[in-house]
Design a protein. Structure first.
Ligand code: NDP
Ligand code: 2IT
Length: 445
């Protein structure tokens, strides 16, 4: 065993013992530990402060019951949480997810990742994540509203513009944020930016909806530029059909790439010649109305029960959910010639898949770098709210491009190796250093 592997193993033994059965969380911590523990060991301040050990224990986890009434008058009881992971460099910040798969392990992995992602943006944002095991599928608009109001009735007392600022994530978009923020405002009797992703009529930032997907494509452009390539003409396989996936598809198509897929839990929409902007918009409208995408217009085909990873693509962008790409899928992509994989979702590759793509010489960007555009524009929304001003869409888009290029620069500065760029290592180290320096400055807090 190498010295690094030994360090990781000793560290993880303790983390595993304290977090039994929390597989997603352990996976996220181990990936960071592999890249930063040698740095921690060789820096006496970081080592004495046990930075990674401190960062792998959340500041606090708030758990609560959510009781709501459906349209037929039946009561339902769900579980809600907010994992306030670290406010070392700014207020807790991160999304809210509503999905039946949500549990403490999933929210801890997401909150942990968020610490490093938010540090990479260069903005003063701490790390957090929240959500509920509520399944919004098939629920009416009024049921969604009642659930959001009940959820915020509990969460509201723990958040605030300088304390903790939630936003959207899976199944929490502009509509849900409207209901959540409305409930928060009523509860507090104050109007301030304690939630981001708001509608533009009430303090939301222009371009927040597009920011994660567009930012992902700006990051991919920066990666391609490193090797003198262009996005135009590239075949791009995308998974998911939500906020991140459809906006990544839209920006890629606008820039002349061929987006050959989008997908959902029931299958893959394939367009060998590339989806048009109209087809991408059709997918978005279908999702908005709760309709499926099984009968696409204009020559695209829907393949039930398949993943996009068997397609022949130059670039793959997993934009749906965690661990959606396993080792076999990664190897299929490598065998058919993929050259670049950038994560739109959080931790969409299993640990084995990450190993396979790095071994396979594929340029691979972890979500904490490549999907940071969303939270970065949330950060700008917070500044706009604090100043009671708003930026134009064009100003925000320019700022987003700048931020994604800066994240790319920070990442390659730490990730340059003898034979290329290790983006995972670069992102983990750059994010870690910033938070570590803050923890050292605070002493034993
Ligand atoms: P949406 O709710 O808009 O879309 C989620 C998409 O993922 C849907 O197409 C859904 O399919 C699919 N999906 C969800 N769970 C699964 C599953 N278990 N297996 C296969 N597909 C699944 O969410 P977002 O686009 O906002 O989020 C997507 C990813 O991006 C998440 O990992 C999120 O954490 C991450 N992210 C989001 C940001 C944001 O600003 N929104 C910022 C940074 C990262 P179906 O319609 O069938 O349910
Ligand atoms: O995973 C993420 O970065 C998000 N869901 C966005 C978080 C935010 O606070 O905008």
């Amino acid at each position: 065993m190498t010295e690094r592997a030994q360090l990781v193993e000793t560290f993880m033994e303790d983390v595993r013992a304290r977090n039994t059965g929390q597989d997603e969380f352990l996976q996220a911590v181990e990936e960071v530990a592999e890249d930063v523990l040698t740095i921690e060991k060789n820096n006496p301040d970081y080592a004495r402060n046990k930075v990674l050990e401190r960062l792998s224990e959340p500041d606090r986890i708030i758990g609560f019951r959510v009781v709501w009434e459906d349209d037929a008058g039946e009561y339902h009881i769900n579980r809600g949480w907010r994992v306030q992971f670290s406010n070392a460099i700014g207020p807790y910040k991160g999304g809210i997810r509503f999905h039946p798969s949500v549990n403490a392990s999933v929210l801890k992995f997401l909150g942990f990742e968020q610490i490093f992602k938010n540090a990479l943006t260069g903005l003063p944002l701490g790390g957090a994540k929240g959500g509920a095991d509520f399944d919004p599928k098939g629920r009416s608009d009024r049921e969604i509203m009642r659930f959001c109001q009940a959820f915020m009735g509990e969460l509201g007392r723990y958040i605030g513009p300088d304390r903790d600022v939630p936003a959207g994530d899976i199944n929490v978009g502009t509509r849900e944020i409207g209901y959540l923020f409305g409930a928060y405002k009523k509860l507090q009797g104050e109007f301030h930016g304690a939630v981001t992703g708001k509608g533009e009529a009430f303090g939301g930032s222009a371009m927040r909806v597009e920011a994660t997907g567009y930012g992902l494509i700006y990051f991919v452009q920066a990666m391609l530029n490193e090797t003198g390539q262009e996005i135009e003409g590239k075949r791009i396989a995308i998974s998911g059909k939500g906020n991140v996936a459809t906006h990544a598809a839209e920006k890629a198509a606008q820039l002349g790439a061929k987006v050959i897929s989008l997908s959902d839990t029931s299958g893959t929409l394939v367009a060998e010649d590339g989806l048009s902007l109209e087809q991408i918009d059709w997918v978005r409208q279908q999702k908005r109305q709760g309709l499926d995408i099984s009968a696409p217009p204009g020559g695209a085909v829907f393949e039930p029960d398949t993943l996009p990873w068997a397609l022949e693509a130059d670039i793959a962008l997993p934009c749906a959910t965690q661990n959606e790409m396993d080792e076999k899928s990664a190897k299929d992509l490598i065998d058919s010639g993929v050259r670049l994989i950038a994560e739109g979702a959080n931790m969409p590759l299993t640990a084995d898949a990450v190993h396979a793509v790095r071994e396979g010489g594929v340029s691979y960007a972890p979500g904490k770098a490549s999907n940071a555009g969303g939270v970065a524009i949330s950060g700008l929304e917070m500044s706009q709210n604090a100043h009671r001003r708003s930026m134009t869409a064009d100003q925000v888009d320019q700022e987003l491009k700048k931020i994604m290029c800066m994240i790319h620069e920070r990442t390659i500065r730490e990730g340059k190796t003898g034979n290329g760029i290790d983006y995972r290592c670069g992102a983990n180290i750059a994010g870690y250093r910033k938070v570590a320096d803050a923890l050292v400055a605070y002493g034993t807090m």
